[in-house]
Ligand binder design. Structure first.
Ligand SMILES: Nc1nc2c(ncn2[C@@H]2O[C@H](COP(=O)(O)OP(=O)(O)OP(=O)(O)O)[C@@H](O)[C@H]2O)c(=O)[nH]1
Ligand SMILES: [Mg+2]
Length: 609
């Protein structure tokens, strides 16, 4: 008996290439905008083992050719949700069936799905099937008949059968216990990934260096839940328009990919739709090819927790999809030869139009979320507490710093892009002064422009703050390059007029902490801290206060005695230089935020008269 909670079904959007969709509803959501959408389907069935008290995958299947068309999805949408599970199990059993000579080839494919025969030569794990079959005969109320009998299993074991020309020995189960990994309390199967980078000769932009950039790509792949089994790079003067890398390199990678049983090949740069298609065709089999942008989008998609973040990621995904829409028509061309091509082209136009409309709808929705946020921000700024934004490279320690200073519990972990949504908390200093601290999404080199654009609404928080604190992981060997990458994104956001303070974080982790502390002391605008141990936080708050003074204005005002609450606000948000009680009120000389100074205008007049 398979319970839905033990059955994990993953969908891969063909155009997004790397977008993994873990729930049926999000798949339905995702594909509602493209009429011709098709998905790769992967199915994992887990079993809870009493002994180890964990879920282990006992059955995995799926593949590139195993796709759902939008029409199918729509029918499922209108039908019972169990139907889709039924369909999945049908796909599984049809896979199993293909190993039995007497079993019908497509025994349970509702709605006329006809995956090509090659499907059966993909990810089948024959030795897992009997186990899966013995235990999984039912799904909910639906009984699923096994198409393999015990004797047939034996036969299959004794005489391995060729499947679609692929010797069965090659299909032998390579199920590897080590590839299961515990994520969110559940054991999941890690896909094998192979990374490819290109170093452009004389490319001054590429200041990270190819090896370091690949290291970062490996970290991104790990964050996305993949296992990197190898990587390579090539030096090129200009990329090959067909395959991005040279043909010799493609052949070399193909050999490695097959030898290592790689499922996903990831390029460190953005590839065109044509390049992706050509590479996938060349590598053949079940190998998916995607690029760095798709990988980052995938991580963002996995991590988007709020409505706004989800909207922003969807927008970025659609913008990524738009120029790549041709891709999804290749399967039609294959099915019906040249004739369909014209039809396909027309359909692409329709799809593009639908997609553009959807982008428009999404932008409008984002706009309304943005307006709401702005109203909230305006309400907040009516209390004139200065806002300080933490910006910086991903994994620099921004969330840790916010948590440390405010007691917030924002997720901080040693993975890239832990934070997607801004969080604002009040920091109360020992001297009674306070400011608001905002944690923001981290930046990365080669950050897809569409992602920056999509996150502009969130990043607006940054552009309206009184001070930017640039958090740097000073223990990182490429901290200088990371600083440059952050400055580049900040320049795109047009925030050069906002005062900045740089913070060298993780000094406790650096190999030469004392040298770093001394260097920071020598330089203006740099504070050396450890958000983890708490070192330097007092100095940090003082530096923030000092910097905030730059964005404040000097006022001299006479505050009437009946407006006493204004005095305490000045103490809280400003810096008081002198205070004197005179006959008709309190004479105060202080630095206060501009907005607050405006509030005090009538009293300033009073003072000068
Ligand atoms: N040793 C040491 N580790 C730190 C320090 N600050 C943060 N870390 C660790 O660095 C990792 C990343 O910290 P986060 O606070 O999540 O970083 P972030 O900048 O918010 O990252 P994103 O949200 O991904 O942009 C976590 O494992 C933290 O425990 C520090 O001062 N010293
Ligand atoms: Mg964070």
């Amino acid at each position: 008996m398979v319970r839905a909670s033990e059955c994990e079904i993953k969908f891969f959007c063909v155009t997004c290439r790397f977008l993994r969709i873990d729930s049926i509803s999000s798949m339905l959501n995702h594909c509602s905008f493209v009429d011709s959408l098709c998905m790769y389907v992967y199915i994992y069935i887990y079993k809870h083992t009493q002994l180890q008290n964990k879920f282990v995958p006992i059955f995995t299947c799926g593949g590139k050719e195993n796709h759902l068309s939008h029409r199918t999805v729509r029918q499922v949408w209108e039908g019972d949700i169990l139907q889709i599970l039924y369909m999945m199990v049908s796909l599984c059993t049809s896979l199993i069936g293909s190993f039995s000579p007497s079993a019908p080839r497509y025994p349970y494919l509702p709605w006329g799905i006809r995956p090509p025969g090659r499907l059966f030569a993909l990810k089948c794990r024959p030795t897992n099937f009997p186990r899966a079959l013995q235990q999984e005969k039912q799904l909910g109320n639906l009984s699923v008949e096994s198409t393999v009998t015990e004797t047939q299993e034996e036969e299959a074991k004794d005489a391995p059968e060729d499947v679609d020309g692929v010797p069965a020995t090659q299909l032998e189960d390579n199920y590897d216990e080590e590839r299961s990994k515990l994520r969110n309390g559940r054991e999941v199967f890690e896909e094998k990934a192979y990374l490819i980078g290109v170093e452009r000769k004389g490319d001054a932009e590429d200041f990270f260096g190819i090896e370091e950039s690949l290291k970062e790509l490996a970290q991104l792949a790990d964050t996305a839940g993949l296992r990197v089994v190898g990587s390579t790079y090539q030096k090129l003067s200009s990329p090959n328009p067909r395959t991005y890398i040279g043909s010799g390199k493609v052949a070399e990678i193909k050999t490695a990919v097959h030898a290592l049983d790689v499922e996903t090949v990831i390029f460190d740069d953005e590839l065109s739709a044509g390049q992706l298609r050509n590479l996938e065709k060349t590598f053949g089999g079940d190998v998916r090819v995607c690029d760095r942008t798709a990988l980052i989008l995938d991580i963002f998609n996995q991590r988007a927790a709020t409505h706004e973040a989800a909207l922003q990621v969807s927008l970025a995904q659609m913008e990524y999809q738009l120029p790549r829409l041709t891709k999804m028509w290749t399967h039609l061309e294959r099915q019906a030869g040249g004739q369909v091509k014209g039809m396909g082209e027309k359909q692409i136009e329709v799809d593009k139009r639908i997609l553009r409309t959807q982008i428009g709808v999404l932008k409008k929705e984002l706009e309304s979320v943005r307006k709401h946020r702005k109203q909230y921000r305006n309400r907040r700024t009516s209390v004139p507490v200065p806002v300080v934004s933490l910006v910086g490279y991903t994994n620099a320690g921004k969330s840790t710093l916010l948590n440390r200073l405010t007691g917030a519990d924002v997720l901080a972990e040693d993975r890239l892009f832990a934070t997607l949504d801004p969080t604002t908390r009040r920091v109360q200093m020992k001297n009674g002064r306070e400011f608001l601290l905002t944690d923001t999404v981290g930046f990365i080199q080669k950050l897809p422009t569409m992602l920056v654009a999509a996150f502009r609404a969130t990043l607006e928080e940054i552009s309206e703050s009184s001070l930017l604190v640039h958090v740097v992981d000073i223990s990182h060997p490429l901290s200088v390059q990371q600083i440059d990458a952050v400055d580049k994104v900040l320049a795109e956001l047009d925030v050069s007029s906002i005062p900045k303070l740089m913070v060298w974080n993780k000094v406790d982790r650096a190999s030469n902490p004392q040298e770093i502390r001394d260097e920071a002391k020598k330089r203006k605008d740099i504070v050396c801290i450890s958000a983890l141990t708490g070192e330097g936080l007092q100095e940090f708050c003082e530096a923030v206060q000092e910097k905030l003074k730059d964005s404040m204005v000097w006022i001299e005002a006479l505050v009437p005695f009946d407006k006493g609450e204004l005095l305490s606000t000045i103490h809280r948000v400003g810096m008081v230089d002198k205070m004197e009680y005179i006959e008709n009120g309190t004479l105060i000389k202080a630095y206060v935020p501009l907005r607050f100074a405006r509030l005090l205008t009538p009293m300033r007049h009073l003072c000068s008269s």
